[in-house]
Ligand binder design. Structure first.
Ligand code: C2O
Ligand code: CU
Ligand code: CU
Length: 501
């Protein structure tokens, strides 16, 4: 498919009606229903009862429950349909792992045993994948391992991976987009001694933030794929953080650690903080960087994670700092639903309200953790993978649609390879590989991006760009690689590789 075809699709469907964020009185319940014992809670907006529009930053940021494998031997998650208060005035039908949203965050120490029973109470088959974790094939949540309604799947593996911010989500073929969009995703945090020794902000100063954009109808129900263009990826006009639209969070004037995961369908965010000159990137998908990098903005495509330090030290009580996407300059939006903010649009995400002065002056170390660089000379092979638009609105890798019965690449255990990912399409595609972590060697055509410096499992590949990655295969078995735009991998931009002993 070329640009012209995309353009035709977009004009044909341009008459589609906007059904996103409608206006409804809600704010009289917003603050009353928030479960807080803090007394300043009622002072924040005296005019709110007459608000007709949805007021951003009127609902509190929620934090997931934690499943900590320090305290528990075995956990349970059940995929199920539930009615959840996303907005305070009306429940929304969602999918959850435990009856509530946000879904629990998993915390585990390097070297510990992960043991979890997964039950499927959804009508359709599904399976959980632990994104970024290097686990045996039958623990990885490959779509071939889906379980049907009422069935269970037992996960049990030793977690032997360095500290980092990962996530989990369901992975049935053809329905991953719909299931994640309806809620089936959560954070997965690995801790280790090396990272602990760095004394980074922790407990209430370490915030897991899962970002997703969605669309709601007048009844506050989710709208998923509806028109052909949505096949290119579902974009929304409401940004949820930990399952709350445009939330706020009260902070004190000190450093915070934000672990941000993009669990959206297609949107790449260009994250920035209005009210702060800069922030510090300390980690990427696979863990901490060698040294902190100071930035004004950072790109985060679907499934990528960034670990940030933000410092509110110079802020006074009453000041606010807004996390937003400032949009991607020059982003091509052809083929995306024109009724919602495009990828170059600036959008608010959440707001930090400074409500307390702090004397804490914690310093972030100049050196974080050493990172072993994989050497090009050690690579025994270079493979080329091409991202292509297929016929009839499909998406492909190397012009082939995903097929569980086909093995697309065979690699040897413990060897190192270079993969060159070439994007021939005018859209950004996040390229993800299961069962390994990799490093980015180079990008042709465009400048490097800061997250290229760290361990990755998902890399953003810009239009007409070729990204070279290097990786060593340490886990035998059959794994996936795919575009992580959910509607692309569902249809059918995904392939398999076998790591042979
Ligand atoms: Cu987020 Cu195939 O994974
Ligand atoms: Cu994955
Ligand atoms: Cu894609």
């Amino acid at each position: 498919m070329n640009r012209r075809n995309f353009f035709q699709i977009s004009t044909i469907t341009a008459t589609y009606l906007l059904v996103g964020c409608d206006s409804k009185s809600k704010n009289e319940v917003t603050e009353e229903t928030s479960q807080s014992s803090m007394s300043e809670e009622n002072q924040s907006n005296p005019k709110q009862t007459n608000q007709k529009e949805y007021l951003p930053f009127s609902q509190k940021l929620q934090f997931p429950e934690v499943i900590n494998f320090n305290d528990t031997q075995q956990a349970e998650l059940t995929a199920q349909k539930n009615e959840i208060f996303i907005y305070p005035e009306k429940k929304t039908e969602m999918f959850t792992f435990s009856g509530e949203l946000p879904n629990p965050t998993i915390r585990i120490q390097k070297g510990d045993k992960f043991h979890l029973i997964f039950k499927n109470n959804l009508a359709k088959p599904t399976i959980i994948h632990w994104h970024g974790l290097i686990v045996p094939e039958d623990m990885d949540g490959h779509p071939k391992d889906v379980i049907s309604n009422q069935e269970t799947y037992e996960y049990s593996y030793d977690l032997n991976q360095s500290a980092g911010t990962f996530w989990y989500h369901t992975h049935p073929h053809g329905r991953t987009g719909k299931q994640i969009y309806h809620g089936l995703a959560g954070m997965y945090i690995v801790e280790d001694e090396q990272e602990k020794a760095l004394n980074l902000p922790s407990n209430e100063f370490e915030l897991p933030l899962m970002i997703q954009d969605k669309r709601f109808d007048k009844e506050k129900q989710l709208i998923y794929k509806e028109i052909q263009q949505d096949n290119n990826g579902v974009i929304g006009d409401v940004v949820l953080v930990n399952a709350t639209p445009f939330p706020y969070h009260k902070v004190s004037s000190r450093k915070y650690r934000l672990r941000i995961a993009n669990a959206s369908s297609v949107r790449t965010y260009n994250l920035s903080f209005e009210g702060l000159k800069s922030f510090t990137l300390i980690g990427t998908d696979g863990g901490l960087l060698e040294e902190p990098i100071e930035l004004e903005s950072v790109l985060l495509s679907v499934a990528e994670r960034v670990d940030l330090i933000v410092d509110f030290q110079d802020k006074e009580i009453g000041d606010t700092v807004t996390l937003k996407t400032i949009g991607i300059e020059g982003a091509v939006n052809i083929g995306l639903n024109p009724n919602y903010p495009a990828l170059d649009a600036s959008m608010d995400i959440m707001q930090f309200k400074v409500t307390q002065k702090s004397k804490n002056t914690l310093q972030i170390p100049q050196k974080l953790l050493p990172m072993k660089r994989l050497k090009e000379d050690d690579a025994i092979k270079t493979r080329k993978i091409t991202m292509q638009a297929g016929e009839g609105g499909t998406w492909t890798l190397d012009n082939k649609k995903f097929d569980t019965s086909r093995i697309d690449q065979k690699v040897k255990l413990n060897t190192t390879e270079i993969w060159e990912i070439k994007n021939t399409i005018h859209m950004i595609h996040p390229f993800h590989v299961h069962g390994v972590k990799f490093q980015v060697l180079s990008r042709d055509g465009d400048t490097a991006i800061p997250t290229d410096k760290g361990w990755k499992d998902t890399v953003l590949v810009r239009p007409n760009e070729t990204v070279k990655i290097i990786m060593q295969f340490t886990m035998p078995g059959l794994f996936l690689y795919h575009c992580h735009i959910l509607e692309h991998s569902d249809n059918a931009m995904m392939a398999q590789f076998l790591v042979e002993k």
